[in-house]
Design a protein around this ligand. Structure first.
Ligand SMILES: [Zn+2]
Ligand SMILES: [Zn+2]
Length: 255
């Protein structure tokens, strides 16, 4: 590899690290300000966790998220290099596969990502694995928006590799890739908000019931062996790992 390519990739890596970390700070910060600042009074009754946050928890989460952002940036450099060399299935002309496929590829990616994460997550909860890989994320029993990117290094790697692998398997328009990156950030922020923002009976709605939100994921942090899903409740439903108190807790905190 020439010196110029090494310098170029190093600059790209630092740039992506900064972008990913500031995206996290910006989105998590905006949610925090709105739901715990502007809407503070309304949201007191919608708080899900019954536990208090530990001292210095936020600081620890932000430091872990800073390191995770760096690992996701390595995945980003790889992705951009592969795309630039035209080795991936990422395409730039929508008419190559058509508009229907554009939506289908986004939904299929989300389902496959959810499937990958559900089984990875169950594996990470094995006692012998947990302490090396998944402990940092569960250090937050009462979650916050800042928990959304707080992982141990091995977990960040296992999460960061999924998209760079998928660009060799599933053809996706570059706008779909950008949409997915934003979707992942918003979904992780909402799921760790610790305030239910979905409307009443969303957990019973024919479509709504398949989406994971703050109540669903908060119960994973407090119960530990339920609600392993990432975006959807399909796998928890099929594998009977959904929390028994999910519906009851959802009703209590939604309005
Ligand atoms: Zn977990
Ligand atoms: Zn979590």
């Amino acid at each position: 590899m020439s010196t110029q390519i090494i310098i170029e990739n190093s600059i790209l890596f630092l740039l992506l690290w900064a972008i990913i970390f500031f995206r996290y700070l910006l989105i998590a910060g905006a949610f925090h300000m709105y739901f715990y600042g502007i809407k503070k009074e309304i949201n007191k009754a919608r708080r899900i966790s019954t536990k208090l946050r530990k001292t210095h928890q936020t600081k620890k989460e932000i430091i872990a998220s800073f390191l995770s952002s760096g690992l996701f940036a390595i995945g980003g450099v790889f992705l951009l290099q592969i795309w630039r060399m035209d080795y991936s299935l990422v395409y730039s002309d929508i008419s190559d596969y058509g508009i229907v496929y554009l939506f289908f590829s986004a939904l299929l990616f989300l389902f496959l990502h959810d499937t990958y994460y559900y089984w990875l997550h169950r594996w990470m909860h094995r006692p012998s694995i947990y302490k090396h890989i998944h402990r940092q994320h569960h250090d937050s029993i009462a979650t916050s928006v800042w928990t959304s990117f707080s992982f141990d290094v091995p977990e960040s790697v296992l999460q960061a590799i999924f998209l760079p692998i998928m660009i060799f398997i599933l053809p996706m328009h570059y706008s779909v890739v950008l949409f997915l990156l934003m979707f992942m950030t918003f979904s992780a922020t909402i799921n760790h908000l610790d305030i239910e923002i979905y409307p009443k009976n969303f957990n019973k709605h024919p479509i709504g019931k398949w989406f994971i939100g703050a109540t669903h994921h908060s119960l994973h942090h407090s119960e530990f062996i339920t609600n392993y899903g990432l975006y959807f409740t399909f796998w928890d439903h099929w594998m009977k790992t959904e929390s028994k108190v999910y519906d009851q807790r959802f009703e209590e905190v939604s309005r």
